[in-house]
Every structure is written in C-alpha cells, then in structure tokens.
Design a protein around this ligand. Structure first.
Ligand SMILES: Cc1ncc(COP(=O)(O)O)c(C=O)c1O
Length: 347
C-alpha cells in the first residue's frame, strides 16, 4: 500500500466526508439564480441562524465572500480600514481595488491578530475634500497570518463600538470563525453579534469541497446577491455544493477541537527539536508557524527531505514555515511528522 501523504499545507486540502458525498448525490436541486434551489435555501437559512443574522448568501469562495461583502458596503473611491497582515489585503489579488475601486487603508496587525484600537480610530478620515471616505472596518477571525489567533468577543465588540461612534460598518472575514468559537469556547453568535456582515468558509476545516457564506441583514444580502451575480458567482444547481455545506455545519464544527489539540501536540513537539523555534504561547487553533534556527540545513532542503517522506507543509518567509492541522490529520500523523523532523534535523 502507498504511504499516506501527510498534507499540512492548509486546511483547504480537506476532502469531503462520506456523508457529504451521499448528500451531494441525493441533493434536491433547482436554479439558484431564480432562487429556486431548495438545498441552497436551507443552507443559507441555517448559516444565518447559526451566526445570528437575518440572511445568508452562498458564494463560491472566501475571496468572493469578502469581495462581495466589501463591495456591498462601499462605493468606488471609499476607503476601508484593515490589517496589514489580513488575508484580504495580502492574498485576494487586490480585488477590492481592481474590481471595486475601493481604497485599502492598512493598520498594523499585532501578533494576536488585533489592530490597536487607537490605530483604528486614528485611521478614520475626517470629512475633507482631499480624503477618500472611510466606510468600513474589516476584521479577520481567526487570523491566518497571525498564528491562527482567535479575536475575542470583547475585542470584536470594542471595534464595533468605534465603528458605531463614527457611523462606519464592520465586516468580519470569518473564514475560520468556527475555529475561533471552539477555541474560545463561546457561541459563535457572540463573535458575530455586532458586526454588520461576515463571510465564513465551508471548504477549510469544515471539509466541504466548495463554498462560503456571506451573512447580514435581509436588505444587505439582497444587495450582496446583485454583486455576487456581477462577479460571476450566480450559480445554477448550486445545491450540489450546499448539500455538503449542510453536513459541514451539522457535523464538522465540534470536531475542530481535535485539530486544535493536534496543533498543540505538533507545536510542543517542535519546541523540543534542536534547530527549530516556535512561540508556543501563540498556538491557539489549528495554524502553527515555526522557524528554522540552525544553518546545518537550509529551509529548502528541509522541505524537500520532508516531502520525500510524504510530509508537506509551506514555507511562508525566510526560514519560516506553516503547518495547519485539519480533518484527515490524525495524532499519529502528527507523531510521524515530529519523528521525521527530528531525524532530519539531528542526523
Ligand atoms: C482568513 C482567510 N480569508 C479568506 C480566505 C480565502 O478563501 P478562499 O481560498 O476560499 O478564497 C482565506 C483562505 O485561506 C483565509 O485564510
């Protein structure tokens, strides 16, 4: 039998469960651009209820979810405040500018994924003919680049309070919002209550093959539906996707605990391996970053040698790596990974 590939590059590599495949096979379908797909409707309703919003909208991806959400809040020439390490700023191809004509105003992200409240407030523009209009503040929870850090309820509410004071809206990139809720042991609604819109992904730790949801008020989602269509996201028998999404929301949230536990075991193991360094206190969910601190082996060679053993992970900077635990990665896989790292680094 071929050895299993241990793929720690991302939680997006997760494959659908058997139950998802069966749900896809049996899905009741219709044309969702005519709003006639019953499975999509069920998913959108369930998603909205879970995050405590009036309505939901199925979109193709997290990137489309953020773009649709931000374009729905802003006009061309408006400005949004977002973290300098946010996924929307770094990894969404500049879509908000290229497609939405929206100006990003970045504020420094701290290692815990927050932006200082004062920095946010300072970034809000006065009413001045020279300035773009500030319209929106964006948060990311959990914060991918910031060690998968979960933003707390208190911090989220503090940012929302600033937004209210200045008549701004808040959008939450909650691609991994359920990881945050599970890690903080709070109802996800607590993390979403005061934001105006959020997007979250079905296709990451929740293991569905495709799809994200945008959630907000009825009026907001009605408008977002137009932007989704404009961006080519009007899908027809999308119940095929939604069917797996329903299973994801029903079955896959609680088990994220297991991914967090495995990430912790991985991180603690890495902290014991000579030549590697990790900030253990930063590990709170399923994403870990660590550094190579020896010159006995190069980062490229370490990646190559691990890949030869069937273990994949990402380089995310000079001598820096990322590993992500997810459905499909077991504690045994974590132990094999640690053993391999140790062998390569100590021989
Ligand atoms: C925080 C965050 N937001 C948005 C996205 C984009 O999701 P997608 O890859 O589905 O476009 C990602 C993807 O990894 C992400 O980590």
């Amino acid at each position: 039998m071929k050895n299993k590939i241990i793929d720690l590059r991302s939680d997006t590599v997760t494959l659908p469960t058997q139950k998802m495949r069966e749900a896809i096979f049996n899905a009741e379908l219709g044309d969702d651009v005519f709003e006639e797909d019953p499975t999509v409707k069920r998913l959108e309703k369930m998603a909205a209820e879970i995050v405590g919003k009036e309505a939901g909208l199925l979109v193709t991806s997290g990137t489309q979810g953020n773009l649709v959400s931000i374009m729905t809040h802003c006009k061309r020439g408006d400005e949004i405040i977002l973290g300098n390490l946010s996924h929307t700023f770094l990894n969404e191809v500049g879509g908000i500018s290229a497609l939405g004509g929206i100006h990003p105003h970045t504020v420094i992200n701290n290692e815990d994924g927050t932006m200082d409240l004062k920095d946010i407030e300072d970034a809000i523009r006065d009413d001045n003919i020279h300035y773009p209009r500030t319209r929106l503040i964006c948060l990311e929870n959990t914060h991918n680049r910031c060690y998968g850090a979960p933003l707390t309820v208190e911090y989220t509410n503090d940012v929302c309070a600033i937004a209210r004071r200045h008549n701004l809206k808040v959008h939450l990139d909650g691609a991994r919002i359920f990881n945050a809720a599970v890690a903080l042991n709070v109802d996800v609604k607590e993390l979403t209550k005061n934001v105006d819109s959020l997007s979250f992904c079905l296709s990451k730790g929740l293991a569905a093959p495709v799809g994200s949801l945008v959630c907000g008020t009825n009026e907001y989602i009605k408008e977002a539906r137009r932007y989704r269509k404009m961006l080519g996201g009007g899908m027809r028998q999308a119940g095929i996707i939604a069917a797996a999404g329903l299973v994801a929301l029903e079955d896959m949230v609680e088990r994220l605990k297991e991914d967090h536990k495995n990430a912790r075991i991985l991180a603690e193991g890495i902290s014991q391996i000579p030549g590697l360094a990790i900030g253990l206190e930063k590990v709170k969910t399923n994403i870990i970053y660590f550094d190579l601190i020896t010159d006995r082996i190069s980062a490229e060679l370490l990646l190559k040698k691990m890949a030869e053993r069937g273990i994949k992970f990402l380089s995310t900077g000079k001598n820096r790596f990322r590993m992500v635990t997810h459905y499909g990665i077991t504690e045994e896989d974590v132990n094999i990974t640690l053993k391999s790292l140790k062998e390569i680094l100590t021989h």
